[in-house]
Design a protein around this ligand. Structure first.
Ligand code: DX5
Ligand code: ZN
Length: 238
């Protein structure tokens, strides 16, 4: 059985109380903290950088418990250039660092840089970005992130073509695993909700970013626990 991971995107969190928001979603059973970095250059929006990553690091613990082991901070860089900022995020406590191939002049070098800094490395594909960027770097990847919206904003609708792309990536990962024994996570980001997450899982994804689907339930019955539970119950039917 596939081991599914839920990664709330803090883009939709209440930034005035970010530490508490991080603890809340982890208490609700989230696995990763998805950290969206936007630079108003590669994408038309501006968010947060290494300082904020460092600030949430002590709050990101498994189960949201003060004595929990460190939970994974999953940094999604939507910035160009990429390399300059990678060591800063490694120092700030990032565990996974992913970037868009179009944003780096030397993709192989950036992937090596991320691992040299002690982090896991990921490559992110926009809806229209072809998968050929995977051709010669599978051994350098720990995660492949398929965007199911155009990057820049939370709360957009899932682009159905992403399902087709996820199936193609799943084939590549399975073939690579059969050959090498090493696994690569397949993450999906954008418009993931309780009513489409099972179909996304059936297409082959194992890691699910959810921003508005979780943080949008701040004041709803059941709150974040209800939101994460709804996603997990839907996954159980996949
Ligand atoms: C979009 C970001 C996403 C976003 C997802 O550029 O990369 O992580 O926060 O938000 P939802 O789940 O609301 O689409
Ligand atoms: Zn993201």
């Amino acid at each position: 059985m596939t081991d599914y991971r839920i990664a709330p995107s803090i883009l939709s969190a209440d930034f005035a109380q970010l530490g508490e928001e991080v603890r809340r979603v982890l208490r609700a059973g989230a696995d990763f903290v998805h950290f969206d970095v936007m630079d108003n250059h590669y994408v038309p929006n501006l968010t947060v950088g290494p300082l904020v990553c460092e600030a949430i690091r002590p709050h990101a613990r498994v189960g949201g418990a003060a004595d929990g082991a460190p939970a994974v901070i999953d940094v999604h860089l939507m910035v160009s250039p990429v390399d300059r900022i990678v060591p800063d995020f490694a120092r700030a406590g990032a565990n996974i660092i992913s970037f868009h191939p179009e944003a780096s002049d030397h993709i192989d070098r950036t992937l090596s840089l991320i691992r040299d800094q002690g982090c896991k490395a990921g490559l992110v594909f926009n809806p229209a970005t072809p998968l050929h960027y995977l051709d010669h770097v599978m051994d350098r990847l720990d995660l492949i992130l398929i965007m199911s919206v155009n990057p820049g904003f939370g709360g957009q609708s899932f682009i159905p073509e992403a399902l087709h792309k996820i199936r193609l990536v799943r084939q590549r990962i399975d073939a690579y695993r059969a050959e090498t024994g090493r696994d690569i996570l397949l993450e999906v980001d954008g418009g993931v909700k309780a009513d489409n997450i099972a179909a996304i899982a059936r297409a082959g994804a194992d890691t699910f970013v959810a921003g508005s689907a979780i943080f949008g339930k701040r004041d709803a019955d059941g709150g974040y626990l209800g939101a994460v539970t709804a996603l997990r119950s839907a996954l159980a039917t996949a």
